[in-house]
Ligand binder design. Structure first.
Ligand code: FE2
Length: 270
């Protein structure tokens, strides 16, 4: 039996008529991605959004977000990023009991044959992320309880260096080494899925693979020079489709959001 999980990240939804940087209609980009997800031939078992759901953390942005996500028919799992205000997020999604009511936004949820563990890396009013002892202890207990269940660990800040230095400077600045050691002790972690850097990036981490999902809207410029200035581009946005079976483990596909020419059958010569 296959389990498929769509990962979206870094939506940065704004209030209506208030485009990001005066020109990026992040809501329109999200709508396009939602349409692409709804058009997938195989409906996903879940849609996981790894943070920066909105841009300024305002209640009206979360109301807008809720409306834009409404066409999704798969179960929805939300995480907070550094642009989110967790209490405003919770207030807009009162029918999502896994979001909790206070403290860190973290939870475990069964998704098909996978256990989704959502870990909060945010630090209030800071761009960078951190895993303190309390967060790591919670994760250790969750992983111990999962035993040999395959785990998808979701978090906003990636626990590895991307070489986009201006983003790494606001990366996971505390707890990455401890997380690496913890994951090495749990061979059942299939993948660490992250956001924050608005590009598809992957590396070996903690004895597993850690990956970053693009934004459906703006991407961070592909510039690995150490003096790269912070900059965004409007390269094609997208999402990731993670497919799992017990025999194969997790296989991940980058998908672009939007309507494109095709598909055409292989034997259709027009
Ligand atoms: Fe972001």
């Amino acid at each position: 039996m296959m389990t498929t999980v769509v990962q979206l990240s870094d939506l940065h939804v704004r209030a209506p008529n208030d485009p990001l940087c005066g020109r990026i209609d992040t809501g329109a980009y999200l709508s396009r991605a939602v349409s692409s997800i709804q058009a997938l031939p195989l409906a996903p078992d879940a849609v996981v959004i790894t943070g920066d759901l909105v841009d300024l953390g305002r209640p009206e942005e979360y109301r807008q977000l809720r409306g834009l996500l409404a066409p999704l028919t798969s179960p929805l799992f939300l995480l907070a990023g550094n642009h989110d205000e967790v209490q405003a997020l919770r207030a807009a999604f009162p029918d999502h009991p896994h979001l909790g009511t206070t403290g860190d936004l973290r939870y475990c949820a069964a998704v098909g044959g996978l256990l989704l563990i959502a870990l909060d890396t945010t630090v209030p009013r800071q761009a960078h992320g951190a895993l303190d002892a309390q967060r790591l202890d919670w994760l250790a207990r969750a992983l111990d309880a999962a035993r040999d269940q395959p785990v998808l660990l979701a978090m906003h800040h990636p626990p590895f260096r991307t070489f986009i230095d201006h983003m790494d400077a606001m990366g996971l600045l505390q707890g990455a080494a401890e997380l690496d050691a913890l994951l090495r002790a749990h061979a059942n972690v299939e993948r660490v899925i992250c956001g924050h850097v608005h590009r598809p990036i992957e590396t070996r981490f903690g004895g597993t693979i850690a990956s970053i999902c693009p934004s459906p809207a703006h991407q961070i410029e592909m510039n690995l020079r150490p003096d790269a200035p912070p900059a965004w581009t409007l390269e094609p946005g997208g999402f990731t489709v993670h497919a799992w079976t017990r025999d194969t483990g997790l296989v991940s596909h980058l998908a672009y959001a939007g309507k494109f020419d095709g598909p055409y059958a292989f034997d259709d010569d027009g």
